[in-house]
Write a protein that binds this ligand. Structure first.
Ligand code: HEM
Ligand code: HEM
Length: 180
């Protein structure tokens, strides 16, 4: 058995990326909520929009690293071992989360490009190249998908957090400690 298989925790990099992603996703949601309450004339609105964009892009960058690390290293075992059904549900939920973390920022970039909203590189005053040209119809379509997935993701995260707490406080296994 390799050292990684016997490990009792996710690696330091995996744990750091998990909790940094949580932080970035919180910033993503807080920024878009604050922006929703701002009048269009508010001078801070463009900055808050850019914070949403860049926190979202950092989630995308981190998910590539996370998928790579996940592929390189076996997941540490849960003790006592859960039933096959619980293990399957966890695998499906984690797969779903990774899929959303990949797709959602791309939909956001497409919505921004179609709406003619520039993604400005902080401090440099230059914009990232737009993925597609301006189009009102595509803007509405991508914003719709991005918004719907963004709402649905609240529920997926809620389920994930509830499962983590159930493992820790009800089942009293080491699931949460492995990620701590
Ligand atoms: C994990 C990543 C992300 C999540 C969870 C997320 C979530 C959301 C949510 C919930 C909304 C509000 C939708 C509504 O009011 O109907 C929104 C709006 C938006 N997001 Fe994101 N977002 C993410 C990343 C990004 C990225 C990376 C970009 C672009 C670089 C982006 C661009 C946009 C745009 C253009 C809007 C529409 C804003 C407007 O009303 O003008 N998002 N996002
Ligand atoms: C935006 C919020 C969150 C996202 C996107 C997220 C995402 C993920 C993903 C993708 C995994 C799978 C790791 C892997 O095996 O590759 C994971 C594992 C885990 N997460 Fe989260 N997480 C979030 C918040 C939380 C919170 C708030 C908690 C604690 C209350 C938590 C506890 C855990 C635990 C314990 C694991 C290990 C589960 C296992 O290996 O079976 N997560 N998370």
């Amino acid at each position: 058995m390799s050292a990684a298989t016997m490990s009792t925790h996710y690696s330091t990099a995996q744990r750091a990326l998990h909790w940094l992603s949580l932080l970035a996703i919180t910033v993503v949601y807080v920024a878009i909520e604050i922006r929703g309450d701002m009048p269009k004339t508010n001078a801070w609105r463009p900055l808050v929009t850019q914070v949403h964009f860049w926190a979202g892009l950092s989630v995308l960058a981190m998910v590539f690293a996370r998928i790579y690390l996940r592929w390189r290293r076996p997941t540490p075992a849960v003790t006592p071992a859960p039933s096959a059904l619980v293990a399957r549900l966890a695998a499906v939920t984690h797969g779903l989360i990774y899929a959303v973390l990949l797709v959602q920022p791309v939909l956001g970039m497409l919505a921004a490009a179609a709406g003619g909203k520039a993604i400005m590189v902080p401090l440099l005053g230059i914009a990232l190249p737009a993925l597609i040209g301006k189009s009102h119809a595509l803007e509405e379509q991508f914003e719709d998908w991005h918004g719907t997935l963004g709402e649905a993701f609240y529920w997926v995260i809620g389920l994930h957090v509830a499962a983590a707490l159930w493992h820790h406080f009800v089942r009293r296994d080491n699931t949460l400690r492995r990620m701590w």
